[in-house]
Design a protein around this ligand. Structure first.
Ligand SMILES: Nc1ncnc2c1ncn2[C@@H]1O[C@H](COP(=O)(O)OP(=O)(O)OP(=O)(O)O)[C@@H](O)[C@H]1O
Length: 241
């Protein structure tokens, strides 16, 4: 469909002889936030790593804005509009501002433009702005996630892939990050995020996909799950409730 930013069809693969994913089909539309849920080890991270181009599939296709990107390396996917938040990626010895400059240069034609883009991203995160000249290594976990999201803002993605940014962060920090995801969605960004906590996922996602043994076993809206708490509990426990 014209509004499909991400279209995944029959995606399969894993690590060498170990098959982890078995025929994944999913779409994420413009402005839609989709959460991947399920117990540990079912293949959520493997799926997101495959979408980011870090692991090759053995079968299936991945389309980004209608373009087949299945065999494209990660950096080319970024140029086509994909941005990833996978772990707290930052160059620790560089200052916060320099970390952002690295991402602003491909977009900026001149130094003034780069500074404007960096200042714009810092304006969204006052806590980061206050630490702009400190090495990224000095940041707290939540501040690092802010830095990764600030880089994402600079990349102006059409698709955002997030691997569990709530892990180990204080609820108030998670709340701020989720608010940013909501704002990006309102601006039309499609987001696929892994989220262990179904409650957190329900607070931000339009649809929740539940995985088990490398396949998607169910898809529900937050409204459907609120109306059937037993269903949510069973899906979270991977059918073992
Ligand atoms: N680099 C790797 N080499 C071999 N096997 C791996 C590798 N990474 C993950 N696996 C295996 O692939 C399976 C799926 O792992 P994956 O990390 O994708 O699951 P997950 O649903 O994201 O779980 P978690 O929330 O624990 O990360 C697991 O059995 C895991 O042991």
């Amino acid at each position: 469909m014209a509004n499909d930013v991400l279209e995944v069809t029959g995606l399969a693969g894993g690590y060498g002889a170990i098959q982890v994913l078995f025929g994944i089909d999913l779409t994420v539309r413009r402005g839609e936030t989709v959460a991947l849920c399920g117990p540990n080890g079912v293949g959520k991270s493997t799926l997101v790593r495959m979408l980011a181009g870090l692991t090759g599939p053995s079968a299936g296709t991945v389309r980004l804005n209608g373009v087949d990107i299945t065999s494209l390396p990660g950096p080319k996917r970024v140029r086509l509009g994909m941005s990833t938040v996978l772990g707290q990626q930052a160059f620790g010895t560089l200052s916060v501002r320099d970390n952002l400059r690295v991402h602003a240069y491909p977009n900026g034609r001149d130094d003034d433009r780069v500074e404007t883009v960096v200042d714009g991203a810092l304006a969204v995160f006052p806590r980061l702005a206050a630490r702009a000249d400190q090495p990224a290594a000095n940041l707290s976990g939540g501040e690092r996630q802010m830095l990764v999201l600030a880089k994402t803002l600079i990349q102006r993605p059409t698709l955002l892939l997030i691997d569990e940014f709530s892990l180990g962060l204080a609820p108030v920090v998670v709340g701020g990050l989720l608010e940013l995801v909501r704002r990006l969605a309102a601006a039309g960004v499609a987001t696929l995020l892994i989220e262990q906590s179904v409650n957190v996922a329900m607070s931000v996602a339009d649809r929740l996909l539940f995985m088990e043994h490398g396949t998607i076993i169910a898809a529900h809206t937050p409204e459907e799950l609120r109306a059937a708490p037993d269903l949510a509990r069973r899906l979270v426990l991977g059918g073992h409730a």
